[in-house]
Design a protein around this ligand. Structure first.
Ligand SMILES: [Fe+2]
Ligand SMILES: [Fe+2]
Length: 419
């Protein structure tokens, strides 16, 4: 067998057979000596496997097995079991995810990349947080958020972008002009469009071309996601590492977009931004209601419980509802609001498929431990969502590898301050 996962392809491997996408569209001919751009293109088109010359495949497999020795695997399984304690490991998807995470952890441990087995990045001191009385009822919390605190507002550049998009007479040039009013946003957008996240084979050097290639709505929603991060960059939190929070959010966005690609969903930027914003309600908790956030974190740690269950216990609602309120205030599309509101219970969503995708992406992100929004354990997978997505569990490892490839670059672009 010489069929390998696309995530394992490397430049100079030679295709033993033609490669087609999920719809049978011809992409590359057999005998092709693969380049990095071609590998990116295959990932972008959602290709899962490719048939390559045997010698290279054997070399690739050897690399991983070299590092995962028996002792590391045993230790990794123990650690991973702890993270997965709230999940049903008899479910095929969770079993697959558990195995993938255990192996990843084993390789990390064997390579001594990490000297600790836990990545518990939220900070809790010994004092017990006292939650004000009015924040212990749903009514009280909703009143506090809508009347007593001033939630962040969207910059005016977005009004201009939205106005231009809504005008049917607007050209790609008009939209590019509206975005270019914010120079740092424009620079970041162009970098992202030219990154592995998109994997376009040639350079896109103007916003007008980016609008034409990526699409008006897609580029504007991407612009929105980038801007949100910069809006919250100045907000400090003593309770959580903000960079870790955004890593979790960006990873969830990247993975949501990859899953959407497998489902042949168009406009995957919407899924990226939905993933990016799924836990934004928690940011409001950390920033404006620190006593609630701290108390929830303490309770979760003491009882080995899930953080969103603790939020419910304290406030009678959770971060998903708070996130929905913020998105409503910003007058974002209802589809985004709906996904954020129901990312832990996709059955209640009006767009169950897309909500289920973000739900799954959140679980994968928690499992592979890229950053954290405060949740220590892997949240349980809703079996309804899994069935709704209709993916084979075999692609989960591939999704993790694909996200790994895109994530390092995209995180640098989001946090780059040179522009
Ligand atoms: Fe969440
Ligand atoms: Fe999350």
């Amino acid at each position: 067998m010489s069929i390998i996962n696309v995530s394992e392809l490397k430049p100079n491997m030679i295709l033993r057979d033609d490669v087609r996408d999920n719809n049978g569209r011809f992409l590359l001919t057999k005998g092709t000596n693969l380049t990095m751009d071609q590998i990116r293109m295959l990932k972008m088109w959602g290709v899962i496997e490719a048939d390559i010359e045997v010698s290279e495949q054997e070399h690739t497999k050897q690399e991983d097995s070299d590092y995962a020795d028996a002792k590391s695997i045993e230790m990794a399984e123990k650690v991973t079991s702890d993270f997965f304690m709230h999940t049903d490991r008899d479910h095929p998807a969770m079993r697959e995810l558990f195995n993938a995470c255990s192996l990843q952890k084993a390789v990390e441990l064997a390579r001594s990349k990490t000297d600790t087995v836990y990545d518990n990045s939220f900070r809790i001191d010994s004092c017990i947080a006292v939650v004000p009385e009015h924040l212990t009822t749903e009514k009280g919390v909703l009143e506090y958020i809508t009347c007593d605190i001033e939630l962040p507002t969207l910059p005016t550049v977005f009004m201009k972008i939205n106005e231009t998009i809504m005008n049917p007479k607007s050209s790609a040039r008009d939209i590019a002009d509206a975005i270019s009013l914010d120079t740092s946003l424009s620079a970041r957008l162009l970098k992202i469009v030219n990154s592995a996240f998109y994997g376009f084979p040639s350079q896109i050097d103007t916003l007008t071309r980016a609008v034409a290639i990526v699409g008006t709505k897609q580029l504007s929603i991407l612009a929105f996601g980038i801007k949100i991060i910069s809006m919250f960059e100045s907000i400090s939190s003593d309770t959580i590492d903000m960079k870790s929070f955004w890593k979790h959010s960006i990873a969830c966005g990247v993975i949501s977009r990859i899953i959407a690609g497998y489902k042949n969903i168009r406009n995957t930027e919407r899924l990226f931004v939905a993933g990016l914003l799924h836990d934004i309600g928690r940011l409001i908790l950390y920033s404006y209601m620190p006593a609630v956030a701290l108390c929830a974190l303490q309770k979760a740690k003491e009882t080995s419980g899930l953080l969103y269950d603790m939020e419910h216990e304290i406030m009678k609602l959770d971060h998903a509802t708070i996130g929905k309120l913020l998105l409503k205030k910003w007058k974002l599309p209802f589809s985004l609001e709906d996904i954020v509101a129901h990312h832990h219970i996709p059955q209640k969503s009006q767009n169950q498929l897309e909500c289920s995708i973000v739900h799954l992406a959140d679980i994968i992100t928690n499992a592979i431990k890229i950053g954290t929004s405060g949740e220590y354990y892997v949240p349980p997978l809703d079996p309804f969502s899994w069935d709704r997505i209709e993916l084979s569990e075999k692609v989960l490892t591939s999704i993790i590898h694909q996200s790994d490839r895109q994530f390092d670059e995209i995180i640098q672009l989001f946090f780059s301050h040179e522009n």
